[in-house]
Design a binder for this molecule. Structure first.
Ligand code: UD1
Ligand code: UDP
Length: 381
C-alpha cells in the first residue's frame, strides 16, 4: 500500500464551514487521503453551528476568537497557529477557502513552509481593494501564493489566467456552496421557526454584516427596510443577526420598535435554507447568499455597490441595489407590487452559474490526479 496524501483543510468562519464541509466529507470518505480539519476559531458559535449540521468535527481548534477582534489579531494568531500545526504535522497540501482573514493567514503559513496551497473558490474579483474590505485583498493575495486553484465559474478562471496564473493549475469546479445547499435541501422539512409563522404572511429575509457597510450604509439599508414595512404592513421582515456587535447593534438600533421585524440569532443552516425558500425575496450583502439564491431562483437585492459575483447579476437572480435607501426601496417595492416581475425570477431558465452540486467530487479527483502526476504515486492503492 502506498502512502496516503496528507491534506489539511482550514476553516475559520461560518461561510468557510458551510462551503468546505461537503469537500471535507468527500476527502475523509476517500482512502487515498489522510485528511485533517483545522478550525482557526476566528468564529466560535457560528463556525461550529455550521459544522455540526454536516456532522463534521474539527481535528484541531486554534480557538483564536476574541470579542470585537482586530484584523491584526486574526492574522497573527492564525498565521502562528497554522504554522505550528504544519511544523508538527507536515502536509502534502493545505486547502483554504474563499476570502476571510483565516484564508489569507493560513495560505501564508503554508507558503512560508513551501507546503502547496489549494485555494477553493479562487479567482473572484471585484477589482476594488476596498470593496468588499478586506476580502478582496484577502482573495487576491491568497491567489498570488497558491499552487492549485479551484475556480467556481469560468469567469473566475479567466480572472486568474488574466493575472498570469498558469492554465494547468486552474480548474473550473463549480462552487461547493451548491453541494452544501443540495445536501441540505435533501434533508430538511418544515422548521420550527416557519411553523410559528402564519403561512399566508409574506416574508422577506434580510442579512447584512460587511465591514465596508458599517455605520451610514447600514443605517441607509435599515431606513429602506423601515419604509418598505410602513408601506406594506402585511409583510414580516426576518433579520437573523450576525454575532459581530458592530453591524448587529446598528441594525437593532435602526429597526427597534418596527412592528413587523423579527430579529433572531444566527440561524442554523437548514433553518436558513428553509427561510430563503419561503421568502418572497431576500435583501443581503452576503456573498454565499447570492449564490444560494441563484440556485433557488429566489430574487436577491444585493446590498453592495459592486459585486465579485457578477454571474448572479448577469443571470438575473441578483439585483445590485447598493446602499442608497431610495434605490433599495424602489427595487423592493417593484418586487412586492409587480407579481409577474417577481415570478419571472422563478420561471426563467437561468442555468446554474454557481455549479451543479458536484464541485467537491471534482476537486477530490483533481487533487488525486495532481499527486499522481507529481510523483507517479497511485493514490490509495
Ligand atoms: C468574518 C470575515 C468576513 C466573512 C464573515 C462571515 C474577515 C476579516 N471577516 O467577518 O469575510 O464574510 O466573517 O460571517 O475575515 N463573533 C462572535 N461569535 C461568532 C462570530 C463572531 O461573538 O461566532 C463576534 C466576535 O466579537 C468577533 C466579531 O464577531 O470578534 C467579529 O468577527 P470577525 O470574524 O472578525 O468578523 P466578521 O464580521 O464575523
Ligand atoms: N447563513 C446561515 N444562517 C444565518 C445567515 C446565513 O446559515 O443566519 C448562511 C448562508 O446560507 C450562507 C452563509 O451563511 O451559506 C453566508 O455567511 P455570511 O453571510 O456570514 O458570510 P459571507 O458569505 O458574506 O462571507
Amino acid at each position: 500500500m502506498t502512502e496516503k496524501i496528507k491534506i489539511a483543510c482550514v476553516v475559520g468562519t461560518r461561510p468557510e464551514a458551510i462551503k468546505m464541509a461537503p469537500l471535507v466529507l468527500a476527502l475523509k470518505g476517500d482512502p487515498a487521503f489522510e485528511t485533517s480539519l483545522l478550525a482557526s476559531g476566528q468564529h466560535t458559535d457560528m463556525l461550529f453551528q455550521a459544522l455540526d449540521h454536516f456532522g463534521v468535527e474539527a481535528d484541531v481548534n486554534l480557538d483564536i476568537m476574541k470579542d470585537s477582534q482586530t484584523l491584526d489579531h486574526i492574522t497573527t494568531a492564525v498565521l502562528g497557529g497554522v504554522g505550528r500545526f504544519l511544523d508538527s504535522n507536515p502536509q502534502d497540501l493545505l486547502l483554504v477557502h474563499g476570502d476571510t482573514t483565516t484564508t489569507l493567514a493560513s495560505a501564508l503559513a503554508g507558503f512560508y513552509r513551501k507546503t502547496p496551497v489549494g485555494h477553493v473558490e479562487a479567482g473572484l474579483r471585484s477589482r476594488d481593494l476596498t470593496r468588499p474590505f478586506p476580502e478582496e485583498a484577502n482573495r487576491v493575495l491568497t491567489d498570488r501564493i497558491s499552487t492549485l486553484y479551484f475556480a467556481p465559474t469560468p469567469l473566475s478562471a479567466e480572472n486568474l489566467w488574466a493575472e498570469g496564473v498558469g492554465k494547468p493549475r486552474v480548474f473550473v469546479t463549480g462552487n461547493t456552496v451548491i453541494d452544501a445547499l443540495f445536501w441540505t435541501l435533501a434533508r430538511i422539512g418544515e422548521t420550527d421557526l416557519l411553523r410559528g409563522m402564519p403561512a399566508r404572511q409574506p416574508l422577506v429575509l434580510m442579512t447584512a454584516h460587511r465591514r465596508e457597510s458599517w455605520g451610514k450604509p447600514l443605517e441607509e439599508i435599515c431606513a429602506a427596510a423601515r419604509s418598505i414595512l410602513e408601506k406594506h404592513p402585511e409583510l414580516r421582515l426576518l433579520v437573523p443577526l450576525h454575532k459581530n456587535p458592530a453591524p448587529r447593534n446598528t441594525i437593532m438600533d435602526a429597526l427597534r420598535g418596527c412592528a413587523n421585524v423579527v430579529f433572531t440569532e444566527p440561524l442554523g443552516y437548514p433553518e436558513f435554507v428553509a427561510v430563503m425558500n419561503r421568502s418572497l425575496f431576500i435583501m443581503s450583502d452576503s456573498g454565499g447568499v447570492q449564490e444560494e439564491a441563484s440556485a433557488l431562483k429566489k430574487p436577491v437585492l444585493i446590498l453592495r455597490e459592486l459585486s465579485e459575483r457578477p454571474e448572479a447579476i448577469e443571470t438575473g437572480t441578483g439585483v445590485l441595489v447598493g446602499t442608497d435607501r431610495n434605490r433599495i426601496e424602489r427595487e423592493a417595492l417593484r418586487l412586492l407590487e409587480d407579481e409577474s416581475y417577481r415570478r419571472s425570477f422563478a420561471d426563467a431558465d437561468r442555468g446554474a452559474p454557481f455549479g451543479d452540486g458536484n464541485a467537491s467530487a471534482r476537486i477530490v479527483n483533481i487533487v488525486k490526479n495532481y499527486f499522481a502526476e507529481q510523483s507517479g504515486r497511485v493514490p490509495g492503492s
